[in-house]
Unconditional design. Structure first.
Length: 256
């Protein structure tokens, strides 16, 4: 069980948002925190503390008026910590290599592979051919329906027809190095994790999985350790004191 730090970038600023509030129209989101510091500040901090495998996420789509500013922030973070962080947001087979050359250890992908609500194996195969499975993280972030958790795309705004389950994890694990999975309905709310989702993920034995969503206190983190059996890595964003929350960053660096 390792702490994976994050740098989320929206409208050219490092932010923490309520996950389910993100909308491409109007570049809107409900902010929990907006930093006056650049992305490179956080990347340099994580580098100094030896925290590897965190993620940088571009939250604006390529067509947004803010996309270039958001991308510039991401590139500055990669330069500050080459090889230390993963990057996601608008990744496809054509542009993935650009980010790896800029310093990303992996590219993180959802919408290119789960396009128009359906799994497109041919796109995943193109990505593997372009950069190799060892440089790919599949983001299987999901939202709950009555019969389970379904993968969501396009900055968590659209449901796919793919229900997340151990069989899906097993199938996809042959084409990537890790999974990143946000419990979107609790993301940014510090209201506790998606216990059912965490239990399911921890019960699958395969490649590394990082869970994010809802861990809002030290007590929540201990509960996560208990439910996951220490078999999952985790991300904490809004609840971290770096981003205006209550969980001390130093505690995660020094203890876990």
């Amino acid at each position: 069980m390792r702490f994976r730090p994050c740098i989320d970038i929206h409208n050219g600023k490092v932010k923490q948002i309520v996950g389910g509030s993100l909308r491409d129209e109007g570049n809107s989101a409900k902010d929990n925190f907006a930093s006056e510091l650049g992305a490179e500040y956080y990347a340099e901090l994580y580098r100094k503390d030896g925290l590897r495998g965190g993620h940088i996420i571009l939250l604006n789509p390529p067509g947004s008026e803010y996309y270039n500013a958001t991308k510039a922030q991401a590139m500055s973070a990669l330069k500050a910590y080459p090889g230390g962080m993963q990057l996601g947001g608008g990744i496809n087979a054509e542009n993935a290599q650009e980010y790896l050359k800029a310093g990303a250890s992996h590219v993180i992908v959802t919408s290119y592979v789960f396009k128009d609500g359906t799994f497109h194996r041919e796109n995943l195969e193109k990505l593997v051919a372009a950069v190799g499975k060892e440089h790919i993280v599949l983001d299987l972030s999901c939202r709950k329906k009555k019969d389970g958790y379904y993968i969501v795309t396009d900055r968590w705004q659209k449901f796919t027809d793919v229900k997340l389950c151990p069989e899906v994890l097993e199938t996809l694990s042959g084409s990537c190095d890790e999974f990143l999975i946000h419990g979107v309905d609790v993301e940014g709310k510090s209201s506790g994790m998606e216990t059912e989702l965490v239990r399911m993920l921890a019960g699958w034995e395969g490649i590394p999985v990082t869970y994010a969503g809802g861990i809002g206190s030290v007590e929540d983190l201990e509960r996560f350790r208990e439910v996951s059996g220490g078999r999952l890595d985790f991300t904490i964003g809004s609840a971290l004191d770096l981003f205006g929350g209550k969980i001390p960053y130093e505690k995660l660096v020094n203890i876990l």
